[in-house]
Design a protein around this ligand. Structure first.
Ligand code: NAD
Ligand code: GLY
Length: 357
């Protein structure tokens, strides 16, 4: 078992990762406390991994809640199902919630934990690549609103993150590739060498070879942990983790949650951010090309959907959480491996990028 730490003083927590960890009995024992446990999962993940998790928890009395599957269920209504179960089963403030699934389950369960009785502990057991390298780490929790993604939520850090890369073997190809978008994101914003490694090793990653997966998960979690421990509440540097997200969230919201996968929308968003950086003279055209090529090699889309007008983009981007006084702030690249956040860009250049099809 490998271990990283996310350092946040007394709220620091471990990120445990490796092969077959769901079969290691009692691995979560130090983080569970003495009271109840509620495992929250969905109808796709439950038949695959719920039994392993129940066995791992040994003889404890554990409640379980199996939710419908899909981004369209990441809502306040679904959140209420978690609260109903917690109350009906008599869970108190010592209860620990376990989020078993992808980013949708992790974000909702984390938000439920942030709210229930003004805050209980939770543990992330991410089972998608996206959740393992991104959403399970860092304490952002939320549900969607009709008018914007992740608009209702809280910062609430888990007590531990348990990553079993074996769960990635059952992940549909499209979901796996969606997770690769976030892996590539880290290389673009912070780590040029990792970008070169990804260029070299994309085939092994796509073949889901253990060593490649372990390395990609390790580097991604280490980079994310570094950024979050420097700026937990996104007052500054953490915003770079949103490379491609301002454009990407607009695509997701416009197309309807669940039709474009998060990573797919982010992939296109990162291309748009790279193009904008190129147009501003920050990034060379050969680097813009390398970025597009790597995303394409990962099987991700690099061209935005045709049916969004530039004005619709602008309207949706203005809802972005990074916007300040109505001004859209963009994460841009100064080079591969160096990101900046800026509101100081030429609006006509942004308009040109939004018109590109
Ligand atoms: P997801 O949770 O919808 O999971 C994708 C699909 O894979 C689902 O159908 C799920 O049931 C299925 N699945 C999960 N694990 C599986 C497995 N091992 N085998 C087979 N099928 C499996 O999507 P996601 O991509 O994991 O997460 C996307 C969500 O994460 C979005 O809502 C996004 O906003 C959020 N997110 C949050 C953060 C954060 O910091 N909190 C960061 C990035 C993304
Ligand atoms: N996924 C962006 C963040 O965690 O800040």
């Amino acid at each position: 078992m490998h271990r990283l730490s996310l350092d946040l003083g007394e709220r620091s927590y471990p990120i445990l990762f490796g092969r077959g960890l769901l079969r290691v009995k009692d691995v979560l024992e130090p983080y569970l406390g003495r009271e109840g446990v509620l495992v929250v999962t969905n109808e796709t993940v439950a038949p695959l991994y719920l039994n392993d998790v129940l066995k791992m928890l040994g003889g404890r009395k554990v409640d379980q809640l199996v939710l419908p599957d899909g981004e369209q269920y990441k809502t306040l209504d679904t959140l209420n199902l978690i609260f109903n179960t917690l109350l009906e089963k008599g869970h108190n403030r010592g209860t620990v919630l376990l989020a078993l699934g992808g980013g949708v389950i992790g974000d909702m369960t984390g938000f439920a934990a942030a709210c229930y009785q003004r805050g209980v502990d939770f543990i992330q057991i991410p089972t998608t690549l996206l959740a393992q390298v991104d959403s399970s780490v860092g304490g952002k929790t939320a549900v969607n609103h009709r008018l914007g993604k992740n608009m209702i939520g809280a910062f609430h850090q888990p007590k531990a993150v348990l990553i079993d890369i074996n769960t990635l073997k059952t992940l549909p190809d499209r979901e796996f590739k969606s997770g690769l978008a976030e892996v590539i994101k880290y290389s673009l914003i912070i780590d040029r060498e990792f970008f070169a490694w990804l260029e070299e090793n994309m085939q092994d990653l796509l073949a889901r070879k253990d060593q490649a997966l372990l390395y990609a998960v390790e580097v991604s979690c280490r980079l994310k942990a570094q950024v979050v421990s420097a700026d937990e509440r996104e007052g500054g540097i953490r915003a770079i983790l949103n490379l491609g997200h301002t454009f990407g969230h607009a695509i997701e919201t416009h197309q309807g949650y669940g039709s474009w996968l998060h990573g797919e929308a982010i992939a296109v968003g990162m291309v748009m951010a790279a193009q904008m950086s190129g147009l501003m003279g920050l990034l060379t055209s050969s680097d813009v090309g390398r970025i597009e090529n790597l995303l394409r090699a990962a099987g991700l889309p690099v061209v935005r959907p045709e049916n969004i007008s530039a004005q619709q983009f602008l309207d949706l981007m203005a809802v972005d959480k990074k916007a300040q006084r109505g001004i859209i702030r963009l994460v841009l690249l100064e080079s591969i491996g160096t990101a900046i956040v800026s509101a100081d860009y030429d609006r006509s250049k942004l308009a040109a990028i939004l018109e590109l099809r």
